[in-house]
Design a protein around this ligand. Structure first.
Ligand SMILES: *[C@@H]1O[C@H](CO)[C@@H](O)[C@H](O)[C@H]1NC(C)=O
Length: 153
């Protein structure tokens, strides 16, 4: 909580400066890293904040990678938390999780998870037991499954 509060203060204090947006971004960017294998859209943009706008237009967008040299934006349908094994070091890129309006993994048929474990990994250990959209084989056929989050494995 204290951390969140301090982060908020940092952002507010630099908002008065012209470069405010980039200053705030540094707090949440993960530099030199990119999520590999989950980009559903890739495009060249004028500036990184365009990626925020593009990501927030897509219901399935969970995060994005940005290439600082080539100004390429890759919109991902996963977060690094859901797929830590696909989160790789790559100096030209930074990674950022979607800030506003992110649909939790498995909460809508457009964004099915592979498994209940993937939902717990992506959304946190406190994710409640419930019906979630799963596509276990990744063949595009999503269906509702009850995930008992109290079970291990
Ligand atoms: C996520 O993106 C990957 C890579 O483009 C794609 O193969 C996969 O089908 C997408 N999954 C969903 C649920 O949209």
């Amino acid at each position: 909580m204290l951390w969140i509060f301090r982060y908020f203060l940092v952002c507010v204090s630099v908002t008065n400066i012209v470069i405010a947006e980039d200053q705030c971004r540094i707090e949440i960017n993960i530099r030199g890293m990119a999520l590999k294998g989950f980009a559903f859209e890739r495009m060249t943009v004028a500036a990184p904040h365009i990626c925020d706008i593009l990501c927030e237009r897509e219901i399935i967008c969970q995060s994005y990678n940005f290439n600082r040299k080539e100004k390429i934006c890759e919109l991902n349908n996963r977060t690094k938390d859901a797929r830590p094994e696909n989160f790789r070091s790559d100096p030209a890129w930074f990674y950022i999780r979607r800030l506003n309006g992110r649909a939790p993994l498995g909460s809508i048929p457009e964004l099915p998870a592979r498994s209940c474990q993937e939902i717990t990994a992506g959304e946190g250990k406190d994710t409640p037991s419930n019906n979630y959209w799963l596509d276990p084989s990744g063949n595009g056929k999503a269906f509702l499954v009850y995930c008992d989050m109290n079970l291990e494995g």
